[in-house]
Design a protein around this ligand. Sequence first.
Ligand code: NAP
Length: 290
Amino acid sequence: VGILGLGLIGGSLALDLSQLGYQVLGVSLQTTTCALACQRGAVRVASTDWQLLAGADLIFVCVPLDQTVPSVARLAEFLPEGVVISDVASVKADIVAHCSWPWFVGGHPMAGTAQQGMGAAVQGLFRDRPYVLTPTVMTDPEALISVQMAVQDLGAKLVLTDPVAHDRAVALVSHAPVFVSAALLLAGVQADTELLGLARQLASTGFADTTRIGGGNPELGLLMARHNRAQVLVSLAAYQTQLQKLHQAITEEDWAQVVQALQTSQRVRGEFSPLPPAPPPYPAGPRRAE
Ligand code: NAP
């Protein structure tokens, strides 16, 4: 198996696949990353030379989202026939439309941490987490089977869906929440200095839980907004509608309406799959230079 981009996701895939007995070939941008991947036993060989990947049967492209399509196109120029490529990017419709080859299978593991780079890669990151594959009518069934087998070996929960449905669903449960959470933080800092000082002192686990993803890496949020723009806007509009309804009910002191909304939200929360505890982070190792 080849891994292009030995960061959080690529490195974690490499660690698991090596542990499972796959011979993993890694390619990354920086020699320091390649050295760390070898040191951690994530790869059998690592290089900054893309030709190394010509020896793989299946390649996972794990570079930043906006580099996925150009990377797949560059691989297609020199890889021998029959090599299967899958990606891990968190937006699918645009990427799958640009990579409409029979040997390409769009993918997205629904797992991650707030960290980046090979130093942050962890074993078992994908275990029991959903791993989405988005085959199309163009996809070679054998290519799909080879990616499916690797995903199942990782212990992930395989989900097959079409790329647009994937983007709509992740907008709702992953992308829009980043902006909702960011808006809550931005609203908080608009308070006057005295109130803000007290609010900062009093903020506890509830505020920390609600704002965790709004305080994450701005580059990732920007990529979500740019590459899944239409679906993020649909989800944010639905959120605005619900917020407006709650605002109106509180304004009108319509407590029956308020309690009904909160009872519904309490009930439906359990319908979204609960997450297993995250694996512990790797303690040592240099961080990737940004
Ligand atoms: P990351 O930790 O920053 O890793 C990306 C790696 O790609 C970097 O370590 C970098 O390697 C390498 N890279 C960048 N440009 C390259 C190039 N031109 N050639 C070869 N390697 C290159 O990012 P990540 O979080 O793993 O994200 C990677 C992909 O996973 C993205 O498409 C993202 O949408 C998807 N994803 C992320 C998460 C998440 O929670 N983070 C979850 C699911 C899916 P060097 O260290 O050598 O510079």
